[in-house]
Design a protein around this ligand. Structure first.
Ligand code: NAD
Length: 488
């Protein structure tokens, strides 16, 4: 146990109160920058999951009949409370997941934007109506909340991902349960401290910590009407199948392998800068990270040289240090997995033009650091071109023309995001038209989710139909009731 940091033991938040979990299993929470334990997550029991569902169910009738405008006022309160504790939130995020403070600030800002959009819940909740569908008969469609929803979150955005769904779900009149990633449960302790100060009715929001047993208990629980999942493709598929088997609504966002095409007419300097952010931002641990960079035609050598030069100059270290450009990966296991992927790339014949394996951060010898790593001459059949690496490693591939590059993109079973860098409207249009992924960037490194547009991928990157964010999230969290009336 460290002497410098206070170790925090997670609590659950159920029915408006903090409770110690009775679970007997626990796991240390490690600061990846230092290797120090900063917390302990206690895995909840199925009885604790049941208690959270019961509290959320009991809170539902009154909450659903609370006027939408009153529910929206809680969103204004939540926004203000998050703004007031903005820096504390960003620091909590960096400390448990390792990204730089600037990246955490971006994460907190994006979360607040979701809350901001949901201050408009009364407008977003409005239905439709039509007079005289037959003589004297009117028809109206009302959006109605469904009951209890749950969010199951991944490790890489510990602060933001539960706030992708919680604001929309409760603003629409549902009650909610959050299950954070067991690797990074501390940011949500802080989020619930903030939620606790809003004086929401007890049971509207609940927090249950744990791992896969808690997930499976949520999926099977008859009291839960729907699930918003974000995580790896294997778990996303499992969640989709199990939630559907138990009759729930489900939106399940999975993993990715994102292509970025760089056309010969791309503006080189700004393209290189954007690719740095895309591939190495958050140490590559983003579902929207650029992973396969396809250099089309004769831009290859200049692009490779520009990328290697920029990546070499990046300072790796503790994300709390403002001079650092890239933090560690999240866990020791993640580091070992990424190192295995690098070895595999070398074995499969890719050319390692920048090797980050030997990076040292003298102040933190026990941190989980890997330096920027770039493979060149990667071909589509290599494992590193097909599987998500989820670390600060990316590939350069050579394509003779747009059609060859596009064929690789169209063959990819993942379809989360893709970008093209070009000065040609024709190529940009063609790329947007044919890209199987749902998030498309033109001269943009990360086609990031915006709270007021829908978000989610396709193919193996998304299971479900209604996506996250904006109006579509209100569709997910509500039913549409059609009332036809004739008054005699
Ligand atoms: P993960 O799938 O390992 O874990 C996600 C959640 O599922 C955690 O809460 C975990 O407790 C639970 N879980 C894990 N294994 C389970 C199992 N066998 N049964 C039931 N529940 C299980 O994902 P991760 O490693 O935490 O997150 C990284 C992954 O998430 C990457 O693949 C990344 O691309 C993806 N991701 C996707 C998006 C998106 O928007 N599509 C966003 C962020 C992350």
């Amino acid at each position: 146990m460290p002497t410098t940091t206070q170790v925090k033991v997670t609590k659950n938040y159920v029915n408006g109160a903090w409770v110690d979990s009775k679970g007997t299993e626990s796991q240390e929470v490690i600061n990846p920058a230092t290797g120090e334990a900063i917390g302990k997550v206690v895995f909840s029991t199925s009885a604790e999951v049941d208690a959270a569902v019961k509290a959320a169910r009991a809170a539902f009738p009154e909450w659903r009949s609370t006027p939408p405008v009153t529910r929206a006022r809680y969103m204004f309160k939540l926004k203000n409370a998050l703004e007031e504790r903005f820096e504390e939130c960003a620091k909590a995020c960096t400390t448990e997941v390792g990204k730089t403070l600037e990246e955490s600030r971006g994460e907190v800002r994006r979360a607040i934007e979701v809350v901001e959009v949901m201050t408009g819940a009364p407008t977003l909740m409005k239905g439709q109506s039509l007079e005289d569908i037959a003589a004297g008969l009117d028809c109206a469609v009302f959006r109605q909340p469904l009951g209890v929803f749950a969010a199951i979150a991944p490790f890489n955005f510990p602060f933001m991902v539960p706030l992708w769904s919680l604001p929309a779900a409760i603003a629409a009149g549902n009650t909610f349960i959050v299950k954070p990633s067991e690797t990074v449960p501390l940011s949500q302790q802080l989020v619930f401290e903030i939620l606790d100060e809003l004086d929401l009715p007890p049971g509207v929001v609940n927090l249950v910590n744990g791992g896969k047993d808690v997930v499976n208990a949520l999926l099977a629980h008859p009291g839960i009407r729907g699930v918003s999942f974000v995580g790896s493709t294997a778990t996303a598929k499992h969640v989709y199948v199990e939630a559907a088997r138990h009759g729930k609504r489900v939106q399940s966002l999975g993993g990715a392998k994102n292509f970025i095409l760089v056309m010969p007419d791309a503006v080189l300097g700004s393209t290189v800068n954007a690719l740095m952010g895309s591939c190495l931002g958050c140490a590559g641990q983003r579902c929207l990270a650029g992973s396969n960079i396809v250099a089309v035609g004769d831009i290859h050598d200049a692009l490779r040289d520009g990328l290697v030069e920029k990546a070499k100059a990046m300072k790796v270290g503790n994300g709390l240090d403002p001079t650092v450009h890239m933090g560690p990966v999240s866990t020791r296991a993640a580091k070992e997995r990424v190192l295995r992927m690098i070895e595999l790339g070398v074995k499969e014949g890719a050319k390692l033009v920048l090797d980050g394996r030997g990076v040292k951060v003298p102040a933190h010898p026990n941190g989980f650091y890997i330096g920027p790593t770039i493979f060149d001459e990667v071909t589509p059949s290599m494992t590193i071109a097909k599987e998500e690496i989820f670390g600060p490693v990316f590939n350069i591939m050579r394509a003779k023309d747009f059609e060859e590059a596009m064929a690789w993109v169209e063959d990819c079973p993942f379809a989360n995001a893709g970008s093209i860098f070009t000065s040609s409207g024709k190529w940009a249009r063609e790329f947007g038209y044919r890209l199987p992924a749902s998030m498309c960037g033109v001269n943009i490194g990360v086609a990031a989710p915006m709270a007021y547009f829908s978000f989610g991928g396709s193919r193996l990157s998304f299971f479900g139909d209604l996506k996250a964010h904006g109006g579509e999230s209100i569709d997910f969290y509500t039913d549409r009731k059609v009332i036809s009336s004739r008054w005699l």
